[in-house]
Design a protein around this ligand. Structure first.
Ligand code: ATP
Ligand code: MG
Length: 425
């Protein structure tokens, strides 16, 4: 072991388990690519002000969780704690919203950094796949995103999750509700920090996880009862569209999001096998964010799904993903000359799209066959002294144990034909 360990609150993704991680990322990304979302990648750090303004000065993310540092050039940067604000920044900077093709639909995948108290499912470095549809107000777009997230989870085989849905209102009706909620909160027996929060961002008090606070919140006014007609109609349309798509959801009138810029549609995916870190993903409409970071009015909607927690959800449901073995053919040379010949064949197989690996380090037959087994390859190619003399190689089917001698020059064609269905199917 080296003297160094992964930093607190982080962990390494290692093979073979890391394949599960990639499969989850792919399962979430595939429906997006299939629905007009283009890939976007932004830097892992941004000007700290982007998050202060775009995520909100009063949020936990900005006040407690950001990794902020100053560069040698004097810039104040932060490792990204989330990627919605960076994506919008990038879209505005490149003027994608002016290309006359709204909504701008993009998806991303990558590392997020939050200085949190590490627990199972809560890390200081984690990964998300996210999707954003920027510049259009249309309940079908909100519905599309919820349906696609649901489709991803179902494709992974998950079923023990719930979709919680709410509307946060808009500039017209939310302030009225905010005042009513504030009045209510002022009458409660809350600690000082929570009272302060109630003055700055009262909706977030509803999100307080402590049971004693939750108890006092029974009877709090609900946004549902304050929605203006436009918000009500919009929300009803979203509900109808996702219902028609067969997506089951629960109305959760107390659902609020930690981020200030959310308006109208807000939702969370929770998994019931994860204990207290139950949110696997969340999102909603953020019509106010663009203006908050100096852009024009660009009503938008998006979500971010946590890959780490989705992997934990798979484990909680006992789901084994069907991940095909990465290697199809494993070559075992015995002796120097065999080594040169088989290495060339492996290179040729790879060029032809056959996943092949090689026994390195001059291993003997026994150790090399063990490595072949471990690779998960369907076929092993063994080339020994006698085979060399005869111009053949032993092709072993690792599943059935059957072995046949084939001509060295037939290796590529034979394996392509045997694996054909697996490669191209
Ligand atoms: P929580 O309420 O659990 O703190 P959040 O509201 O901070 O979640 P979002 O900012 O909405 O989470 O991020 C979307 C998703 O990213 C979450 O649903 C979760 O799956 C994942 N996520 C957020 N924070 C972490 C973390 N510290 N470690 C692992 N995954 C995380
Ligand atoms: Mg959080």
């Amino acid at each position: 072991m080296s003297t160094f360990k992964a930093p607190k609150g982080t962990y390494d993704l290692l093979p073979p388990d890391s394949a599960k991680f990639l499969a989850v990322r792919e399962a979430i990304a595939a429906p997006l690519r299939n629905s007009g979302y283009g890939y976007i990648e932004t830097p892992g750090f941004e000007n700290v002000e982007l998050f202060a303004r775009g995520v909100g000065e009063s949020t936990d993310i900005v006040t407690k969780e950001m990794y902020v540092f100053e560069t040698k050039g004097g810039d104040r940067l932060a490792l990204r704690p989330e990627t919605t604000a960076p994506v919008l920044r990038a879209v505005l900077e490149a003027n994608l919203h002016k290309a006359g093709n709204l909504p701008v639909k993009v998806w991303y995948s990558g590392s997020q950094y939050r200085y949190e108290r590490p627990q199972k499912g809560r890390y200081r470095h984690f990964s998300q796949v996210g999707a954003e549809a920027i510049g259009t107000e249309d309940p079908a777009l909100d519905a599309e995103l919820i349906i696609l997230a649901d489709q991803s989870y179902r494709a992974l085989g998950l079923s023990d999750f719930r979709i919680l849905l709410n509307s946060l209102g808009d500039q017209e009706c939310r302030p009225v509700y905010r005042d009513a909620l504030q009045d209510f909160l002022r009458g409660l027996d809350l600690d000082e920090e929570t009272l302060r929060r109630a003055e700055i961002n009262p909706l977030r008090v509803l999100d307080d996880k402590r049971p004693d606070v939750q108890k006092q919140l029974t009877g709090a006014p609900l946004l549902r009862d304050y929605l203006c007609d436009a918000c009500k109609a919009y929300h009803e349309e979203v509900r109808e569209l996702i219902t028609a798509a067969g997506v089951v959801f629960e109305d959760d009138p107390k659902l609020v999001r930690g981020l200030d810029y959310y308006t109208r549609t807000t939702f969370e995916f929770v998994h019931d096998g994860l204990g207290s870190q139950s949110a696997v993903g969340g999102g909603g409409r953020y019509d106010g964010l663009s203006e908050m970071i100096g852009g024009p009015s660009l009503p938008s909607v998006g979500w971010a799904l946590g890959i780490d927690r989705t992997v934990l959800a798979l484990e909680a449901e006992g789901i084994e993903l069907d991940i095909p073995s990465a290697t199809s053919v494993f070559a075992v040379p015995l002796g120097e000359e065999a080594r040169r010949i088989l290495f060339a064949k492996v290179t040729e197989l790879r060029k032809n799209g056959v996943a092949a690996d090689f026994s390195y380090g001059g291993k003997g037959l026994k150790a090399a066959m063990k490595a072949a087994n471990r690779s998960g390859a369907r076929y092993a190619l063994v080339l020994g002294e006698r085979d060399l003399a005869e111009g053949v190689v032993q092709l072993k089917d690792m599943e059935s144990g059957e072995q046949a001698a084939i001509g060295v020059n037939e290796i590529v064609a034979e394996l392509e034909s045997r694996l054909g269905r697996r490669i191209f199917g």
